[in-house]
Design a protein around this ligand. Structure first.
Ligand SMILES: [Zn+2]
Length: 310
């Protein structure tokens, strides 16, 4: 395409305007000198998941168009209102979780319009890596999710991307309504959602896990020459069960991410303002705890912890 030739070998910076809102999503569009596919890379769909945002910034800065086959479209900060509002899970413009809004609606609320704008970019892409981590009040050990509800081809490629990313825990996920990798699977685009980082910290180790993972995926898919780093076989989980609070309360977790837990074992206690137990929260599954809420304040239906099992 003649239009593409004029920008091959360049990095283009700009903002995706989200029609009907004030939201502008900053991007770097890296156009390789050589032909190839397109990968969409996003950070900050959740505004308090800082290592993924910093990793997007770092990858955009390090990618060299002279070495790149194809195109990498980097969304540095996909949810600016949540980031600047220091808001976990929710976009302050409409109180919605952007990662439950895909594929979005260009006539909908702010988050639905933002989701639709991202999906417009995804339609031009062959792959999607959507970087997450524990949010401001989430303790978490790293893991990578991909959709099991996809065509064989999409599922196989997604799993290969997840393995190349190098995080030693993989989750073959059922369909999460409105989630990024589920929307990608619907469109026939292989996608992964790696989680690295926790509790509102910008820690360099979690950022480095994302950056290395992205470069390994780019090697795997032929965007960059050379092989991805070899990794030992990951633990693969097919069940990922979240427990939510039945009521508002003060949360005292008894387990932490990385702990093994038995079916029915005590995972934590919700108590009232006087310290009287409201509920002993027990594990609905035997497996590995991958996430716990670190907030003392818990609202009804807030997530408390999640357990993964083979
Ligand atoms: Zn997230």
């Amino acid at each position: 395409m003649a239009g593409l030739d004029t920008v091959a070998g360049r990095k283009l910076r700009g903002y995706l305007e989200v029609p009907g809102t004030e939201v502008r999503i900053p991007y770097t569009d890296v156009r390789g000198v050589k032909d190839g596919p397109t990968l969409l890379l996003s950070g900050g769909v959740h505004g308090g998941e800082y290592p993924g945002i910093a990793a997007a910034i770092e990858v955009a800065s390090r990618l060299d168009p002279q070495e790149l086959h194809g195109r990498v479209m980097v969304l540095h900060l996909t949810n600016p209102p949540a980031f600047w509002g220091k808001s976990q899970y929710w976009n302050p413009l409409d109180g919605k979780n952007l990662n439950r809004c895909f594929p979005g609606d260009p006539e909908g609320s702010a988050s639905e319009r933002m989701a639709a704008r991202v999906i417009q970019e995804l339609r031009q892409a062959n792959y999607w890596v959507d970087m997450h981590g524990g949010d401001i009040h989430e303790e978490l050990v790293p893991f990578t999710i991909f959709s099991d509800h996809a065509s064989d081809e999409v599922r196989k490629t997604s799993e290969a991307m997840a393995r190349a990313y190098g995080i030693p825990r993989l989750i073959r996920s059922g369909s999460v309504a409105g989630g990024s990798y589920a929307a990608a699977a619907e469109l026939g685009v292989p996608a992964i959602l790696p989680e690295s980082g926790q509790v509102g910290q910008l820690d360099p180790v979690s950022q480095a896990i994302h950056v290395q993972g992205v470069f390994d995926v780019l090697h795997l898919l032929g965007f960059l020459e050379g092989d991805p780093t070899p990794h030992t076989a990951p633990q693969v989980y097919t069940r990922f069960v979240w427990s939510r609070a039945s009521q508002q309360g003060f949360w005292r977790p008894r387990v932490h991410p990385g702990d093994r837990i038995a079916l029915g074992a005590l995972a934590g206690i919700l108590h009232d303002v006087y310290g009287e137990t409201l509920e002993e929260v027990r594990s609905p599954e035997a497996g590995e705890v991958l996430f716990t809420a670190s907030s003392f304040a818990i609202g009804a239906d807030d997530p408390l912890f999640a357990v993964a099992a083979p």
